[in-house]
Unconditional design. Structure first.
Length: 398
């Protein structure tokens, strides 16, 4: 039997796992039932598993019969604070929470991958470590997994993950070398002026005007300080100052996000932004305090690992199912924290079909993912593990 026939044979089981997770979505760091389901399934497969120091999340280890590298495979498990707007029979039963980012599919892909690799254990070279991670959606789940030793004992040589993508057809896998997703950082600028009467501006320092200049100035970082081919986004999404029309307030506060793809540019932009805010305020007689928070780093795919994934997908699924992702996304992903320590890659699994619902953006409560993506994801993961570990690819061909 080929790997695709084996996956097809267990299709209902894998899709069933996804639907159970979808029906009972859980928010970041609250993935208690999801973790239970994951661990029960791993027990059923007789794969050694344990919690990862958190209340939620799990790690599992599968040792191949032959020597080889240690490959980590990561799935994120958390859902979003969003009310599902689909009529699916397995739609969310947890009010105000739903899986609109496809993390339910990621978890099902990893469980299916564990199931198949267990079958292939006698032919498998090396060790596979499965990381079922909580809290990808902005709560640092990857960081806590790493802090709790997920990358040690045994140490990982490579790491892989996948993410659903509604701009690619179901059944395809998307790859890209280098930057796949951006870094996501945030800042808060407090402009301190001198309050007073709106009719006597010369007796005070108007922080609103200073803030307006700063907002305009920081856009010149993108247009004048960074190379035009190096993507940067700076957005001020929140601005507050004052209470009424006839009083100059004492301060203005703005908050924003910075997205970059190049790790060096990321540091430079943070410095330019502080310099411009402080300097502009100083030039206008005010003061600016800048708090800068480095969030998720850019997701940098290792070129060699992408070559291996591409070869594996071409060999097992066919060249027509492998797509090159032409441009990276300015979205971000905490898988980047693992990639700072271990070479690896995140590949995309296409999820759209002929229905308009499948083409909604990620995080849209009406999105319906085509479940073929789960099966393709499993084939992509298992074949990539075989390729990277040097296991015999002919085993997958039946
Ligand atoms: Ni996501």
């Amino acid at each position: 039997m080929t790997i695709l026939e084996r996956i097809e044979e267990k299709k209902e089981e894998f899709v069933g796992l996804r639907r159970r997770i979808h029906e009972y979505p859980e928010l970041s760091m609250q993935e208690i039932e999801t973790t239970k389901l994951v661990r029960e399934y791993l027990d059923h497969l007789r794969i050694e598993n344990y919690p990862n120091g958190n209340q939620t999340g799990a790690v599992a280890i599968l040792k191949g019969a032959k020597p080889g590298p240690v490959i980590g495979l990561r799935a994120d498990m958390d859902a979003l604070k969003l009310t599902e707007n689909t009529n699916l029979p397995f739609a969310s039963k947890n009010a105000g929470v739903c899986h609109a980012c496809g993390h339910d599919l990621h978890t099902a892909v990893l469980l299916g991958t564990a199931c198949l690799l267990k079958d292939y254990q006698p032919e498998l070279c090396g060790t596979v470590k499965f990381l079922f991670q909580p809290a990808e959606e902005g709560y640092g789940g990857a960081k806590s997994m790493i802090a709790n030793g997920a990358l040690e004992n045994p140490c990982l040589d490579y790491i892989l993950a996948c993410h659903t993508w509604p701009e690619m057809p179901a059944g395809t896998i998307g790859v890209r070398k280098g930057a796949m997703l951006g870094a996501s950082d945030s800042f808060k600028i407090t402009v301190k002026g001198k309050g007073g009467h709106a009719a006597h501006p010369h007796k005070g320092i108007d922080p609103v005007v200073v803030a307006a200049h700063i907002i305009t100035e920081i856009q010149t970082i993108v247009s004048r300080r960074v190379a035009p081919v190096d993507p940067v986004v700076i957005t001020v999404g929140h601005l507050t100052a004052g209470t009424v029309s006839n009083i100059i307030p004492g301060e203005a506060v703005m908050e924003g996000t910075v997205r970059t793809q190049n790790p060096e540019t990321r540091i430079q932009v943070s410095e330019y932004l502080k310099q411009l805010a402080v300097g502009t305020a100083y030039a206008m007689g005010a003061e600016a305090e800048v708090e800068y928070d480095f969030g998720y780093p850019p997701t940098m795919n290792d070129p060699k690992v992408i070559d291996w994934i591409s070869e594996a997908v071409t060999e097992i699924l066919g060249p027509e199912r492998l797509l090159q992702v032409p441009v990276s996304s300015m979205g971000s992903e905490d898988f980047s924290f693992y990639l700072e320590k271990v070479p690896g890659a995140l590949f995309r699994i296409g999820t759209y079909d002929e229905t308009p619902e499948s083409k909604w953006a990620l995080h849209n409560p009406a999105i319906i993912f085509n479940e073929q993506a789960i099966l393709t994801g499993i084939a992509g993961m298992v074949s990539s593990v075989f390729k990277i570990s040097g296991s015999d690819m002919n085993v997958l061909k039946g």
